[in-house]
Design a protein around this ligand. Structure first.
Ligand SMILES: [Cu+2]
Length: 290
C-alpha cells in the first residue's frame, strides 16, 4: 500500500530524503553534491552545485534562508557547468517516495561577482504541476513515468553570463499539517542549486522574477493546500514560466568541459563504491514500503 505508512516506514521517511544525484548540462554529466561523502576532506570533491553542511532536510519554512538552495550555510560550488543558451539540463533524482506528490519547478537567475544565491532575481524556466483531468502531479510524471529524470531547457534568448539554476520539488502530501502560529505550512520543499555558465548571443533579461526567500508565502494557494481533496486546479507558486520570444536550438559547438567533479586518483574507486552503497541504502528505504 503506497499511501499507508507503518511506523517503521514513517521513521525511514523522517530520516531519509530525496536529492539530486547528477546533472546533465548541455551533454555533460556532473555528479551532484553528496551530503555525507562530499563533506569528507580526504576526497577533495569539487561540485557544480551548492552543497549543504547540515544534511539537507526538506525546507518547511518558506521565509527561512534554507529556501534558497536547501541549506544554510551553503557550501559554494568549486566548479561551474557550461551550457549554450537553448540547451537542456537534466536532473537525475534519487528514487523517491511516490506519496510525495506535488509540482516540480525550475528557476534560473544571473549571479554576479560577490553575490550570494539569496541576492539573485530568479525567473521560472519550467514547471510540471498538476493535471486535474488525470489527477496526476509533476512528481508522478517524474517518478513513475520518467525514472526520476526531469529536463528543463535554458531559454534560448537569455544573455550570456553566470547563472544559478534552482531546481525544486514541492511535496504536498502533508501540506495541510500547518503551524498557523509560526506561519509554516506542512509542505516539504526540496530545492537544489547549481552554477552554470551560459554561452550565446542572447540579450534577454526576464523581468518577472522573485528572490528566495521572498518568492513564496506560507499560505500561497500552491503551498498550503489539501491534495487529497482532488483539486480541480493547481495554482503554482512563483512567477509564470518565462518563454523566449522565439525559441531556437543551441548555437555553436558543444562546450568543452575540462572537469566534471568526478573523483579521480587513488581514492576514486573507494569513493565510487561508498557512494553507490549509500545511494542504494537510501533507495531501499524508499522501496521498503511498496
Ligand atoms: Cu519527505
Amino acid at each position: 500500500m503506497r499511501y499507508i505508512f507503518s511506523a517503521a516506514a514513517y521513521a525511514g521517511l523522517a530520516a531519509a530524503h530525496g536529492y539530486v544525484k547528477s546533472y546533465t548540462v548541455d551533454g555533460t554529466t556532473y555528479p551532484a553534491f553528496h551530503k555525507s561523502l562530499d563533506l569528507d576532506p580526504k576526497y577533495n570533491v569539487k561540485r557544480v552545485d551548492w552543497g549543504y553542511a547540515k544534511g539537507g532536510p526538506p525546507v518547511d519554512n518558506v521565509t527561512a534562508p534554507e529556501i534558497t538552495c536547501r541549506s544554510h550555510p551553503l557550501i559554494d560550488p568549486a566548479l561551474t557547468a557550461i551550457a549554450r543558451a537553448g540547451a537542456n539540463i537534466t536532473f537525475k533524482w534519487s528514487d523517491w517516495f511516490t506519496n510525495h506528490k506535488g509540482p516540480v519547478l525550475t528557476y534560473m537567475g544571473e549571479i554576479k561577482d560577490g553575490q550570494k544565491p539569496e541576492d539573485v532575481d530568479f525567473f521560472k524556466i519550467s514547471e510540471a504541476t498538476y493535471d486535474p483531468r488525470t489527477m496526476r502531479w509533476g512528481t508522478d510524471w517524474l517518478i513513475e513515468d520518467n525514472d526520476n529524470y526531469y529536463t528543463s531547457t535554458i531559454p534560448s534568448d537569455v544573455k550570456p553570463g553566470t547563472y544559478i539554476v534552482r531546481h525544486e520539488l514541492i511535496a504536498l502530501h502533508n501540506a495541510l499539517n500547518d503551524d498557523y502560529i509560526k506561519k509554516i505550512s506542512g509542505a516539504q520543499i526540496y530545492p537544489q542549486c547549481l552554477k552554470v555558465q551560459v554561452l550565446g548571443d542572447g540579450t534577454a533579461t526576464p523581468k518577472d522574477t522573485v528572490k528566495f526567500p521572498g518568492g513564496y508565502k506560507w499560505d500561497d494557494k500552491g503551498i498550503l493546500m489539501n491534495l487529497y481533496y482532488g483539486p480541480n486546479e493547481y495554482i503554482s507558486p512563483g512567477p509564470a514560466v518565462y518563454k523566449p520570444q522565439m525559441a531556437s536550438p543551441p548555437k555553436g559547438p558543444l562546450p568543452v568541459v575540462k572537469e566534471t567533479g568526478e573523483v579521480t586518483g587513488p581514492l576514486a574507486a573507494e569513493y565510487k563504491q561508498l557512494r553507490a552503497k549509500q545511494e542504494a541504502s537510501f533507495e531501499n528505504t524508499v522501496h521498503g514500503d511498496r
